[in-house]
Design a protein around this ligand. Structure first.
Ligand code: GLA
Length: 372
């Protein structure tokens, strides 16, 4: 025990994989992620003062801060997620006590599986349990996202924090990112979610993410000049893109088309999943990848290679890049009996094609931190 005593509270928050609905959350659109069985775990106990001492088992590093003066720490960046969550809880009037906290886990970092959302949601859930607060689950999600947006400074949407908090075992979660209505959608036992990690750290991810976000805003502003009453790409129909053709540059048209068609695909994906039609679901995943690659331009050679290898394997229903892109992971829906052979063949093919090692995880959809 790092701090020499047993903990009062332990919590865990999962990473996530997004099945479909990519780059739609910050456009008020639809997403369908699942929490995976890889977690960031927190353990800790109260102190009598206002000091937080925290240790990261992943970084093998410790840091300390006072709840009365929470600042960003450029030396112990891994601690900023916890600092941000603590700061905003206090700012909202939820008074915290000093604590000794240890956290760490097996969600790979910078791999597009939302380890940072898991840390934020884990931290918020930890405080909630330690202080016996009764917080609304959606408030916890929003607070965790605020820590990422306003404290850490990454302008992400709400999907990752939402699923890490509110995922359900053996279910995906269909979320409307505008009104935050959601429902859990059962996943069939005879198909597996297989995640292939390209090993490429998400270089470019943040700067290009911001560029995409701005392009989406710009395309909405341009479409409004044509008299279309749209507030976000969520409101845009395919026919509106035709109307707006002369005010959208070629690039803006493609960016907008990805979001508009991805929202359509995601809505259909939920329907077919609920109807048990995994073949059609897989086709929609494949179409999502093509759109992300060609229209949104957030894939990369390594992700395309993994997806193309997956498409060739027996038992593959669908394959696509998942998360922000520019590295990270692919998500694959594979018939259960074929999953092991799939994993071996894709890893081998990737090694042969690019000389790189892919890690493959056959995942189980898991409970979010607040569902445990
Ligand atoms: C990252 C962000 C999410 C979402 C995805 C793309 O994971 O954190 O909010 O925008 O990219 O779908």
């Amino acid at each position: 025990m790092v701090f020499g005593a047993s903990p009062d509270v332990t919590v865990r928050a999962p990473g996530r994989v997004n099945l479909i609905g990519e780059h739609t959350d910050y456009n008020d659109g639809f997403v369908l992620p699942a929490a995976i069985d890889r977690f960031i775990e927190f353990a800790g106990r109260r102190r009598a003062d206002r000091t937080v001492r925290v240790h990261s088992t992943d970084f093998q590093d410790s840091a300390e801060f006072s709840l009365d003066d929470i600042q960003k720490d450029s030396e112990h960046r891994w601690s900023n997620y916890l600092r941000g969550v603590s700061k905003f809880l206090e700012a909202d009037g939820h008074r915290l006590a000093g604590a000794e906290i240890v956290f760490g886990g097996n969600v790979p970092r910078e791999s597009g599986l939302s380890s940072s959302a898991a840390v934020e949601v884990g931290a918020a859930t930890f405080w909630q349990r330690l202080m016996s607060f009764h917080l609304d689950p959606v408030y916890v999600v929003k607070l965790a996202r605020r820590a990422e947006n306003e404290f850490v400074g990454v302008p992400c949407g709400i999907m990752d924090q939402f699923i890490s908090a509110l995922g359900h075992k053996d279910h995906a979660l269909f979320l409307d990112c505008r009104d935050l209505n959601y429902r859990h959608v059962p996943l069939r036992g005879d198909v597996k979610i297989v995640v292939c990690n390209s090993g490429v750290k998400r270089a470019l991810a943040q700067s290009e993410y911001e560029v995409r976000l701005k392009q989406c805003r710009q395309s909405v502003a341009q479409l409004r000049t044509k008299g279309l009453a749209v507030n976000s790409l969520r409101d845009v129909e395919p026919v509106d893109l035709e109307t707006g053709r002369d005010v959208l540059s070629e690039t803006l048209l493609r960016r907008a088309r990805h979001v508009v068609t991805e929202n359509q695909r995601t809505r259909e994906a939920v329907q077919v999943l609920e109807a048990g039609d995994v073949e059609r679901f897989g086709e929609l995943m494949n179409a999502s990848h093509v759109s992300l690659r060609d229209d949104y331009e957030v894939s990369c050679r390594e992700l395309d290679t993994l997806v193309e290898l997956a498409w060739k394997q027996p038992g593959t229903l669908g394959a696509r890049m998942t998360g922000a892109g520019f590295g990270g992971c692919t998500v694959n829906l594979v018939r259960a009996g074929a999953a092991e052979a799939f994993a071996r063949a894709v890893a081998q093919g990737y090694q042969q094609a690019l000389g790189l090692k892919a890690e493959i995880y056959v995942c189980q959809a898991s409970n979010g931190a607040l569902a445990d």
